[in-house]
Design a protein around this ligand. Sequence first.
Ligand SMILES: Nc1ncnc2c1ncn2[C@@H]1O[C@H](COP(=O)(O)OP(=O)(O)OP(=O)(O)O)[C@@H](O)[C@H]1O
Length: 367
Amino acid sequence: MIDVDVTLKVGSFTLAVTFRNGHGVTALFGQSGSGKSVTLSLIAGLKRPDKGHIVIDGHTLVDTEKGIFVPSYRRRIGVVFQDSYLFPHFSVRQNLLFGRWFAPKNDRKIDFDAVVETLGISRLLDRQPQRLSGGERQRVAIGRALLSCPHLLLFDEPLAALDQNRKLEILPLIEKLRDEFHIPMVYVSHAMEEVVRLASCIVLLEGGQVKAIGNAEEIFGRAATQLSISRLERSSILMMEVGPRDGTYDLTPLNHPSGRIWLISYNGKVGEKVRVLVNATDVAVSLVKPNSLSMQNVLQGTVSGFYTEGPAVMVEIVLLGDGKIFAMISRRAFEDLRLEAGTQVFALFKSTALDENQAALVYPNIV
Ligand SMILES: Nc1ncnc2c1ncn2[C@@H]1O[C@H](COP(=O)(O)OP(=O)(O)OP(=O)(O)O)[C@@H](O)[C@H]1O
């Protein structure tokens, strides 16, 4: 359990952040300057709050009322940054063992071989960091942090410096750590897909304050959150159920009370509940159910809000049954369709909109 309740004034910026979460990943999400790094520094012990407390799994790290301030090196917190900061003159094995050195001998409950195996780095053990790719370096950095048997793992934009393919390799590893090692994690990222995939609790920060706390569906179902993200990255999260694959066309249906979408080359378990990320710029809006269009993904709903941004409009649609989908359309299209709150509509997108990196856009449900 992580319990954070802190205030701090730095220059003209005031941070006042309160959140609690059990095991699993807590994501700090918010625009640049919202206070994510300051919050991490407070948890890591690099800054002292003016007031408040931080308790991790029953260990009080800070309590200003009781005069407790555990210094950073005694906090048992592993940190993974955007840059891996491996020791260049150490081999991978030595870098990993360095992490282990921070774990008290009687508390080395995380096994070296298990970490090496989980992170897939056994063939790299004798290499020097300069002979590793960016993704490999980041795996070693994660392993080093993990081997210190931390009470908490902090991730500060750990994938920001990696290309999309490396990210897709490492994200499942972080998921595995989350599920196998049961260490609470605080994860800072600008990337919605990372946060949606990993976090059971998202703390939305704005101007140093907590604007909202909830799961991904709650946080990213808010139009205000979507508007705070760059237009191209806005996505809706749909909870859907996997149907039986149509082998003739290599298509798998995902069902929702409002309709059905089709995934290309997807082998999900029939009946499994999954979450699908649909980019708002891939979604079109129709007043009638199309029957002569190539687009096969059609979901029925009602316009519940719209937000004009110059020549574009973000349309919020509440889907039949449950959930929301956002569509970015042109203002002209919006006016031509005479859309307004309450208009019955169909949201459409192509199967190929989900094709590229599709596996990364369909996530198991986090319980
Ligand atoms: N030492 C400091 N003195 C004065 N202001 C500071 C100091 N450190 C941070 N700030 C201010 O606090 C605010 C929050 O900074 P912080 O680095 O936590 O933002 P962030 O959400 O992590 O942003 P980014 O996503 O860009 O990393 C910013 O306005 C920043 O300028």
